[in-house]
Write a protein that binds this ligand. Sequence first.
Ligand code: ARG
Length: 582
Amino acid sequence: MSDPQLVIAARVQAAITAAFGDDHAGTDPVIRPSQFADLQANVALPLSKKLRQAPRDVANEIVARLDVDGVASSVEVSGPGFINIKLADGWIASQVTPLVGDVRAGVPITDRPQIIPVDYSSPNVAKEMHVGHLRTTIVGDAFARTGEFRGHTIIRQNHIGDWGTPFGMLIEHLLEVGEDTEEGQLLVNDPNSFYQAARAKFEASEKGEGHGDFATRARKRVVLLQAKDPATLETWHRLVDMSKVYFNKIYSMLDVSLTDSDLAGESMYNDMLPGICDELEERGIAVIDDGALCVFNEGYVGREGEPLPLIIRKSDGGYGYGTTDVACLKYRAQTLHADRAVYVIGAPQALHLSMAWDTVERAGWKGRTEPFHAKIGNVLGDDGRILRTRSGKSIKLAALLEEAVERAEKIVEDRGYDEETKKEIAHAVGIGGVKYADLSTARDSEYVFDFDRMLALSGNTGPYLQYATARIRSIFRKAGVSVEDATSPITITEPAERALALHLLRFPSVIDEVLDGVYPHKLCTYLFELAQAFTTFYDECPVAKPEVPVEVRDSRLALLRVTLQTLVTGLGVLGIPVPERM
Ligand code: ARG
């Protein structure tokens, strides 16, 4: 443990126990960074109330027993009882030196690994992925990568919408148009148009305005699908396969780690549904209401205060999205043995999830699994509404991503790179910029999709951070030293060196904050501040200038190596590509 806040917290806690006894052993020492010192312990004020003593006396008692030999260079009580702690330069150097050459940038593999299924992306078959799916894909992927990096067992679960009544009409439509036709291939290239064509046929046929008995056939097809008729299932499989091609195209454009083996769609739970409904009914947890099988959980009321049910079997015998999510959590608890089940899903689905989860809990199927809804906020257009094209149709994701890469290409146009390098950098900057914009906003807040801001080379953006790594590499090139050869111990003399080193020591704690709350934006903020600390350092501390003594140069190169490693590792777990040059 080298995070200064954690080290000081532990020492202050020990001093509290020594001064006031074991009763106060668990007291939060309230450690905060401060403008008057590196860290401030603010525990004396709350503790003084419990002890009925003057806060300043309490602070003095703690300081008298505080053992920070070698860690702090000064400890002072100020104001009504704040404890100001300045860390010793030597201690900071001794903590940051072991990070030189550490590819994990100080982050240990956890000794308490958890099993964590992560539900993310989860688009719908024969539908366009929209920007909402884009966001759950990017946030979920960052969480999954970070969890794996820390040593947890992450089970990616792409809960695609691959089942339900619309599949009757979709299958009929596919059978009619054929797969290798332009209309069939829409499934891969423009799934919404495929869906709309099927829908239009269905509606026309309903109204007797053409397409014969299409609607009747579509309805029969649903029944055949549910009865697992082999020929129907085969067409359904092909339909899903063609959608997979579309999803994978987007995933590979995005550098997202999802593969076909992570698919765990709604259809996977089909066989569990009748048994779940029967058991819930037998045990009296579900009751028939108006012909439908419903679960009434406490605390859910509709607009008029009437109890709100989770319908698990409709009056026509069909199961719905809610039933599937009951089965889904049961499966993640009992079959995957999840410690924590993370669902990265739009905020509006909170009620739905909570009703399903309460049902699982009441049935006693949840075990020790902690379900967690990582709520995702909307992505807005510059008109402040949910992002759509001008014609009001949902925006095509592939086109949006292509535009990001094209715009990025313009940024690096005149830097003299050959065509291939330019393409690589443009991809990294364009896609990285879009992903970073998604990640750097708190996941439950809305944000406005704005290419100019996403691709800006300054500010809290992906390109700014990518550029910081490229600058560090170029410092090494100019110094004629390879990154791997920077192995010197780090010494600290200048304030900017000190600030950079102190910031580096916080990285492991930030990783844990990302995992605890599914908050990748905290890592973004951290990396942005790190890049700023690097910029200040490089402005104030010359590295390879002739007047710099060789030991100082080597120490500074080593510090830069740790900075580069931390930036690259941090961007890596966020899923942001890092080009070597920019
Ligand atoms: N397919 C759903 C949608 O597009 C998201 C599914 C999320 N996962 C879940 N277990 N409900 O809104």
